[in-house]
Design a protein around this ligand. Structure first.
Ligand SMILES: Cc1cc2nc3c(=O)[nH]c(=O)nc-3n(C[C@H](O)[C@H](O)[C@H](O)COP(=O)(O)OP(=O)(O)OC[C@H]3O[C@@H](n4cnc5c(N)ncnc54)[C@H](O)[C@@H]3O)c2cc1C
Ligand code: SF4
Length: 573
C-alpha cells in the first residue's frame, strides 16, 4: 500500500540538465519544488579519482542500470523487439545531473532552418521534395523566439566560443561569455584546409570552461585542464558545466528544493484532464509513495518521458498505421558514419591532451546551407575534427584491415596512436512515420512494468546523406597534409550494438496542432494543462548538431511558461 504524502505545488521527475534548470528558475522565483531522481546523489568530490577508464567508460558507472530497466529495439514493426542488455548505441543517464555529468560539452544552437524545416523546404524546392512518409514539420517556434533562452543557458554554463560565429549559423544577440578553447596544431590543419576550400571553420563552442568564470547566479568555476577524460566521466575540476555544479546548487541554496534521490517514478496520476501527482518507488527499500502535486514537470529524458505517459494512459498513443495520436511520434536519432581519416607517417600529434568539446567544425553542409536541388536527401551534417583525448582501452586507431588482436594489432595501434586524425560528420536525422516509441508487449522492468520499445532504422535519405557528406570530409582531409587518407562513406542497417551517439529525439513533440503534437511551445501538455514535458522528446526532428543547447534553451522557456501558468492557472500558457 502506497504512503500518501502531503500535497506540494510542483514536482519534477528527473534531475538532469532539464530538471536542474527548471528547479533553479522556479526556486529563484520563490516557488517550492520537489525533485525526484531515480539514481543516487553525486558531487565533484566523487570524481577525484575519475581517470579509471574501465570503471567509467567500459563499465558505465554513471549510466542507467540496464539489468533493472532498459529499452527494447527492432528495425521494423514486423520484427519482435529485443532488450538492449548491454550498452551500445546510446548511454542513458542516471543519478543527480543525469547524462549532463558525463556529456562532452559540445555546444551548438540549432539553425533557424531547423525550426521551420517544412515550410523552408517547400518554399525553396516545392512540396514534392519531401518524400512520402517523412514526417518533418515546423516546430511551432522560430529561432528568434528561442534565441534569448539560448543566451540564458550560455551565461549560466559559461559557454566558451569565438567572438563572432559564421554567417551560416543562427545570429547571436550576445557574445559567448568566455573565449574559445585552445586551438591545437591538428585543429589548425583542419581549419586551414577548410578555409582554403572556401568553407567557414570555427572552434566548437564549449561547456568545458575556458577561463575562471562567475555566472549570473554567482557560481564560480575553474577552467578545463584538457585532461582527456571527459566524455563518459564526471569532471574532478568542476570545469565541465553540468547540472550538479551550476543549476542544482542554486536551487538547493534557495532552501526551496526538496530533493529526493533513489525515487523512481512509475506513474503520473491524473483524473483524465489534469495531473494530480505522481507515484514513485524508493528503490533501496521498495516502499511506494504517492506525491500529490499541483503541477507535474516531466524531465526524465525521452524514453522515460514517453514511457511514463503511456504507462499512465495520459495523452493519445501514436498509431503508425493510421498516423493518428501523438505520444511516441517522430523518434529521430543522429546519422554518423561519414568520415575520412588522415594518416601521418612523418609526424606525430599529442592526442592524449584533449577535452570533451575540443575541436573545430564547419556548417557549410549543414541544414539548408547548400543547394539540395539535385540531392536525394534533406538537411545535412556538421563536419568536424575533435580532439577528445586518447584513453588506452577504447582508443585503438589503425588503418582498415589491421587485425583486431595479436602482434600486428599491437604494433600498428602503437605506431598510429598519435598519427591519425579523423574528419567526421554528425548528420541530421529526419523523422519517419514508421519510426516511433511505444510500450513493449512482452518485456518488463524489475518492477514488472512494460519497457519502452524503439522501432527505428536508417533510410535511403540517411545513406545518401552519408555518401555526399563523406565526400566533403575527404576534400578537407586531403588538404591536411597527411601521407594517406581513408574514407568511410556508407552505412547499412541501424544496429543498436556499437556506440554511435546519445542524441535521441522526439516522442512528445511540440507543435501547434494538439492532434499531432503533445506539447505547445512552452512544453505544456495539450491534454493536461498542469503537465510540462521537457527535454529532447519535444524535438520533431534532429539537426546535424548535438542537442543540449536546444534542450537547455527550451527548459528555460518552459520554466517561464510554468511561472506564467502558476500566476494564471486554469488554461494553456
Ligand atoms: C556520452 C555522452 C556525451 C554527450 N555529449 C554531448 C555533447 O557534447 N553535447 C550535447 O549537446 N549533448 C551531449 N550529450 C547529450 C546530453 O547529455 C543530453 O542531451 C542531456 O544530458 C539531456 O538532459 P536531460 O535532463 O534531458 O536528460 P538526462 O540527463 O538523461 O536526465 C534525466 C534524468 O531523469 C532521471 N529519470 C529517468 N527516469 C526517471 C524516473 N522514472 N523517475 C525518476 N527519475 C528518472 C534519470 O535518472 C536522469 O537523471 C551527450 C550524452 C552522452 C551520454
Ligand atoms: S577535459 Fe576539461 S572539462 Fe573535461 S573532465 Fe577534463 S578538465 Fe574537466
Amino acid at each position: 500500500m502506497a504512503t500518501k504524502l502531503p500535497k506540494v505545488p510542483i514536482v519534477i521527475v528527473g534531475m538532469g540538465w532539464v530538471g536542474g534548470i527548471i528547479a533553479a528558475e522556479l526556486t529563484k522565483a520563490g516557488h517550492s519544488v520537489v525533485g525526484l531522481e531515480r539514481g543516487k546523489s553525486r558531487n565533484t568530490q566523487d570524481y577525484y579519482h575519475v581517470h579509471d577508464e574501465l570503471r567509467y567508460a567500459s563499465r558505465y558507472e554513471l549510466m542507467q542500470d540496464l539489468s533493472k530497466e532498459t529499452v527494447t529495439f527492432r528495425n521494423t514493426s514486423k520484427l519482435r523487439a529485443l532488450p538492449m542488455r548491454s550498452y551500445g548505441s546510446f548511454l542513458l543517464g542516471d543519478g543527480l545531473g543525469g547524462a549532463g555529468v558525463h556529456w562532452n560539452g559540445q555546444y551548438y544552437r540549432f539553425l533557424p532552418y531547423d525550426f521551420e524545416i517544412r515550410s523552408k523546404t517547400i518554399e525553396r524546392y516545392g512540396a514534392k521534395k519531401i518524400p512520402e512518409g517523412m514526417a518533418i514539420r515546423d516546430w511551432g517556434i522560430k529561432y528568434d523566439e528561442l534565441e534569448p533562452y539560448y543566451v540564458k543557458y550560455e551565461q549560466m554554463a559559461g559557454i566558451g566560443g569565438e567572438p563572432t560565429t559564421p554567417a551560416n549559423v543562427g545570429a547571436m544577440s550576445k557574445a559567448f561569455p568566455v573565449g574559445p578553447m585552445k586551438k591545437t596544431p591538428a585543429m589548425k590543419l583542419f581549419e586551414d584546409s577548410a578555409s582554403k576550400l572556401g568553407y567557414h571553420p570555427y572552434v566548437i563552442p564549449s561547456a568545458n570552461l575556458t577561463e575562471v568564470y562567475k555566472n549570473p547566479d554567482g557560481i564560480e568555476r575553474a577552467p578545463c585542464q584538457y585532461c582527456g577524460y571527459c566524455e563518459r566521466f564526471g569532471c574532478e575540476y568542476g570545469a565541465k558545466a553540468d547540472p550538479v555544479v551550476t543549476v542544482l546548487p542554486v536551487a538547493q541554496k534557495s532552501g526551496k528544493l526538496d530533493l529526493r534521490t533513489h525515487a523512481n517514478v512509475t506513474e503520473i496520476l491524473h483524473d483524465g484532464k489534469k495531473a494530480t501527482g505522481v507515484r514513485y518507488v524508493n528503490t533501496p527499500t521498495g516502499e511506494e509513495y504517492i506525491q500529490p502535486a499541483d503541477i507535474v514537470i516531466m524531465s526524465s529524458y525521452l524514453f522515460s518521458n514517453v514511457r511514463l505517459l503511456l504507462l499512465s494512459k495520459l495523452g493519445t498513443p501514436y498509431d503508425p498505421v493510421t498516423d493518428t495520436g501523438s505520444v511516441g511520434r517522430n523518434y529521430a536519432y543522429q546519422v554518423n558514419g561519414a568520415s575520412t581519416s588522415v594518416m601521418y607517417e612523418d609526424r606525430e600529434f599529442n592526442l592524449a591532451m584533449g577535452a570533451g568539446a575540443l575541436g573545430s567544425s564547419i556548417d557549410d553542409f549543414n541544414g539548408d546551407n547548400f543547394d539540395h536541388s539535385d540531392l536525394k536527401f534533406l538537411h545535412g551534417a556538421n563536419i568536424r575534427f575533435t580532439q577528445t583525448g586518447m584513453r588506452p582501452i577504447q582508443y585503438q586507431p589503425a588503418p582498415t584491415g589491421t587485425p583486431k588482436w595479436g602482434a600486428t594489432f599491437k604494433k600498428e595501434t602503437l605506431h598510429y596512436a598519435n598519427r591519425i586524425l579523423t574528419v567526421a560528420a554528425q548528420g541530421s536525422s529526419m523523422p519517419w512515420r514508421h519510426h516511433y516509441l511505444d510500450l513493449d508487449p512482452e518485456y518488463k522492468d524489475a518492477l514488472g512494468l512494460p519497457l519502452i520499445r524503439l522501432t527505428f532504422d536508417f533510410e535511403d535519405q540517411d545513406r545518401e546523406l552519408v555518401k555526399y557528406i563523406a565526400g566533403k570530409t575527404k576534400e578537407i582531409a586531403d588538404g591536411m597534409g597527411g601521407t594517406k587518407t581513408e574514407i568511410h562513406d556508407s552505412i547499412k542497417q541501424y544496429n543498436i550494438v556499437p556506440y554511435q551517439s546519445t542524441h535521441n529525439t522526439g516522442g512528445t513533440i511540440m507543435g501547434s496542432d494538439p492532434k499531432t503534437s503533445v506539447v505547445n511551445n512552452y512544453l505544456q501538455m495539450w491534454d493536461a494543462e498542469n503537465v510540462f514535458i521537457c527535454g529532447a522528446s519535444a524535438f520533431s526532428h534532429n539537426s546535424g548538431f548535438n542537442p543540449t543547447a536546444t534542450v537547455g534553451a527550451l527548459a528555460y522557456r518552459a520554466a517561464e511558461g510554468i511561472a506564467k501558468y502558476i500566476a494564471k492557472p486554469g488554461s494553456l500558457v
